[in-house]
Design a protein. Structure first.
Length: 199
């Protein structure tokens, strides 16, 4: 009986040790992001739907927009399909995980829209905010890694018509146009980079 009790207790102790060791830790390296919305006043659920870069902004239900130059010596563009949006950082600042020299900075525009700089340019518009981002391990079930910005809310704002789950949404931080849905943003460890540059 004593040996059975020991077997029963040891896995629980090992699990508890693993959880407490992991609490608060955030994986290094590149990551992707998705919206996570468990609504209370409607039935518009989103469970990790990918956030993609396109046209200098970020969207849900829109493919990433990327480019790879065919005339660069020894560059294999098949290694950078641009099929997903990969980020780096998350401790105060965020950048897109790209190959293009100079990189691409993520920022919040004056209108609240989550945005990124063009390739080969570090120019930011007036009122842009590049700091205040943070990735943290949540105490929620599954211990997801969430992305926040200075305690402000994330918003997904529809830019197309149709069924709510199928619309294209643009991401905003803090404030946005009318008709937006509040959401959370979770991050997921990824291999990267996936694009030479995002366009």
């Amino acid at each position: 009986m004593r040996s059975f009790a020991a077997l029963a207790v040891c896995p629980v102790a090992a699990l508890a040790a693993a959880i407490s060791a992991r609490a608060g830790s955030v994986p290094d390296g590149p990551w992707t992001a998705g919206v996570w919305r468990m609504p209370t006043t409607d039935d518009y659920f989103f469970a990790g739907d990918a956030i993609n870069a396109s046209g200098g902004k970020f969207f849900v239900n829109r493919n990433a927009s990327a480019y790879c130059p065919a005339n660069v010596t020894n560059l294999d563009c098949s290694a950078y399909p641009g099929s997903k949006t990969v980020f780096g950082g998350g401790n105060n600042t965020i950048a897109l995980d790209v190959i293009v020299p100079g990189g691409q900075q993520v920022y919040i525009a004056a209108d609240g829209s989550l945005s990124y700089t063009a390739a080969h340019s570090a120019t930011l518009p007036e009122g842009a905010v590049t700091t205040g981002f943070e990735r943290t391990r949540s105490e929620s079930f599954g211990a997801p890694v969430v992305l926040s910005h200075s305690g402000q809310s994330w918003l997904m704002c529809p830019v197309t018509e149709g069924e709510p789950r199928e619309r294209t949404y643009q991401l905003y931080v803090g404030s946005g146009p009318d008709g937006c849905l509040s959401t959370g943003v979770r991050t997921y460890t990824a291999s990267g980079p996936d694009a030479w540059e995002y366009t």
